[in-house]
Design a protein around this ligand. Structure first.
Ligand code: ADP
Ligand code: LRH
Length: 496
């Protein structure tokens, strides 16, 4: 039996990592070679990704990983870099949370966009970012973030399918660029490179990159589900088809898997998206604002502590300075459940900034008790996310008619026992939590299959994950005091 060693480069909105996996027909062993923070930078009023810092993290990680049979790259969706005709990067990629899309959007009515692409309304979808992109006229090539990293490693350009679907420029049925939409870019329509599919070889490392990394110049970069959510869902350790998933990190991506896009008026109103998955599958899901709420609370508290240290006064709460997440979640677990909840998906929570303040404002505005301590604020976030998970799973079941007997939570959020338990309680369904690094696992499994080391369908890959990875189980508690469904008085997304 042959085995192989594959490196996953997984770039999340909060951190990047390089994971090495030993894979055989019955083996899947992971080691984290390198992890680095992904910290956006605001400069001249624009919020950017620090792409060269990220690329350095990738190179450091690949060096630490050592010799491998393949390298796969995935990242968060929608964002891109532009190259000039000589292949040089035109400025820094802009962060999808930058405010530029508040002022400009594609002129195509949403109803038509949805009918063509199946992709839900998000102001930051690439099509809307491009409407606000002054550099487009001087660009020769647009590369989504994982494709940009692959280009720097290999010199090859292309647009990997799963991530390309998140641009809202791809035809949901043919899975090629929708020329009716791309022609809206005018002369810039030619910046979009040909689509490539998960499992295709992108190319060997460029000789100078291989030299710099101390790797063989034969080392191949292989296309994977380069949208992190595509890789994560491919690694959901499901037993049957009756599952829903929550890929839970900066976002909670909540939905079911379909074998065809489902484009309906009801789905459009519920803002359900049809993203392209591995092996022709479709991720029918809603973007729920996920642990971003918690990340931004922590960032705010740490910045406050730093400011008060700088001012020579002691931080307001004991243990100020760095926030201990596990300790904080432990205290939140002891708070009164569902005392205050917010609508996690309200657009006020989207941009970076003072999250505890915005949560307090929301509670005040909607007549709920305002959280007074950090533990109460965190409890409010976790309770609110559990309710948002329930709403999305209910909608997914209703819209698709698909039976769901298990919810799988994967990603960093699967380590959050309070959130997993409350999601089980709110949904009245068992939750299977893990793997934490599902995205990296989906990434390396697609490489290993392309390389002939494992074979089979997605169900076979999932069975290997189930046999080899540690999973936690949460049963719904009947007496958890879950409040009834709320609408928070938020209008359904406006048409047009
Ligand atoms: P992304 O890929 O979007 O950067 P991850 O899947 O890495 O996100 O998840 C990051 C989140 O996981 C953190 O924001 C945090 O809330 C959660 N997390 C990480 N470690 C733990 C832990 N030990 N306990 C609870 N939650 C955790
Ligand atoms: C999660 C994710 C999600 C997208 C968002 C921009 O990391 O890829 O699927 O909607 O980032």
């Amino acid at each position: 039996e042959r085995s192989g060693r594959y490196a996953a480069v997984d770039l999340g909105a909060s951190s990047g990592r390089v994971v090495v996996a030993e894979i055989g027909p019955d083996t899947l062993e992971l080691r984290e070679a390198h992890r680095f923070a992904n910290v956006p930078v605001r400069a001249g009023g624009t919020l950017y990704w620090d792409i060269l810092r990220i690329y350095r993290g990738v190179l450091d990680g690949l060096r630490a990983a050592g010799p491998v049979d393949g390298i796969g790259i995935d990242s968060w969706a929608v964002d891109y870099g532009l190259l000039d005709e000589r292949g040089a990067l035109l400025g820094n990629p802009v962060h999808y949370r930058d405010a530029r899309t508040e002022r400009t959007a594609s002129q195509v009515p949403f109803e038509e966009l949805y009918a063509r692409t199946g992709i839900a309304r998000q102001p930051f979808n690439t099509i809307h970012q491009l409407a606000a992109e002054p550099r487009l006229a001087s660009a020769a090539t647009l590369l989504l973030i994982p494709d940009l990293i692959a280009y720097w490693l290999t010199g090859q350009v292309g647009a990997e399918l799963t991530n390309a679907s998140t641009t809202q420029l791809l035809d949901a049925r043919t899975r090629e660029w929708d020329t009716a939409l791309t022609s809206g870019l005018g002369p810039a329509a030619g910046v979009l490179p040909p689509i490539r599919r998960p499992g295709e070889v992108i190319g060997p490392l460029a000789p100078e990159v291989a030299g710099e990394l101390g790797l063989s110049p034969d080392t191949r970069v292989i296309a994977v589900g380069s949208h992190d959510t595509a890789s994560a869902v491919a690694a959901v350790p499901a037993r049957s088809e009756r599952f829903a998933y929550i890929s839970c990190g900066t976002w909670s991506l909540v939905g079911v898997e379909l074998d065809q896009p489902m484009i309906s008026e009801e789905g459009r109103r519920a803002n359900f998206t049809n993203e392209a998955g591995i092996d022709g599958t479709v991720r029918y899901l809603r973007n729920v604002t996920g642990l971003w709420l918690l990340q931004e609370c922590i960032r705010t508290w740490e910045a406050e502590a730093e400011a008060s240290l700088d001012a020579g006064t002691s931080p307001t709460e004991a243990g100020g300075g760095r926030v201990d997440l596990e300790e904080l979640l432990g205290r939140a677990a002891g708070e009164v459940p569902f005392r205050s909840v917010v609508d996690a998906d309200d657009p006020v929570f989207h941009p970076p900034g003072d999250m505890p303040g915005r949560i307090a404002d929301f509670c005040r505005r909607t007549g709920r008790p305002v959280p007074e301590t950090r533990a109460q604020t965190v409890r409010c976030v976790i309770d609110s996310l559990a309710l948002a998970h329930r709403a999305a799973i209910e909608d997914a079941r209703r819209l698709t008619g698909q039976a769901v007997d298990t919810i799988h939570i994967v990603g960093g959020g699967s380590r959050n026992a309070l959130l997993c338990q409350l999601t089980a309680d709110a949904c009245g369904l068992p939750v299977v939590a893990g793997p934490v690094e599902a995205t990296s696992i989906g990434n390396v499994l697609v490489q290993a299959r392309a390389d002939g080391v494992v074979s089979g369908t997605l169900a076979d890959l999932r069975a290997l994950v189930r046999r080899t990875q540690h999973l936690e189980h949460y049963e719904p508690r009947p007496d958890a005091g879950i409040p009834p469904m709320e609408t928070f008085g938020r209008p359904v997304p406006a048409e047009g």
